[in-house]
Design a protein around this ligand. Sequence first.
Ligand code: ADP
Ligand code: MG
Length: 143
Amino acid sequence: MLPTTTHTYSAEETIEFGQRLAAQLKPPLIILLRGDLGAGKTTLVKGIAEGFAAGSADDVTSPTFTLVHQYRGPRAALFHIDLYRVDTERELETLGLDDLIGPDSILLIEWGEKFARFARERNVEIVLERIDENERRIQVTGL
Ligand code: ADP
Ligand code: MG
């Protein structure tokens, strides 16, 4: 069992943590990634994608403008979603996220807490906090 709270001291350590975390994640799952800009949400997804053999750290880039990126692995389809630029329920609807939820899907959502539907549902939540330039506190709940 992974500890609920972890500290990492470099982006590489956060990627390694994501790789190990992936072993604990069983689809279907919605994971909310919470934390300020630069906290390390996208960096953590790099590790999770590697853990699922769905993509390399370099493959995973922020879906800031495209909103949804997909990475396909042998035991899961990962959807990395960034709702930072999505402001209304109506815009959220047009993304069709419900259609992505299938038996082998894992949705990794940045800024999902902006919307009541994700805050309400019982999801896994990962909170990242910037302690200083290279230190991050990572808290996992709901696993
Ligand atoms: P977010 O998606 O939360 O906005 P990113 O993952 O895109 O954040 O960016 C995190 C930035 O912080 C990257 O530039 C990364 O190199 C840097 N960084 C420094 N230390 C860490 C750490 N321990 N964990 C994650 N990222 C770190
Ligand atoms: Mg990001």
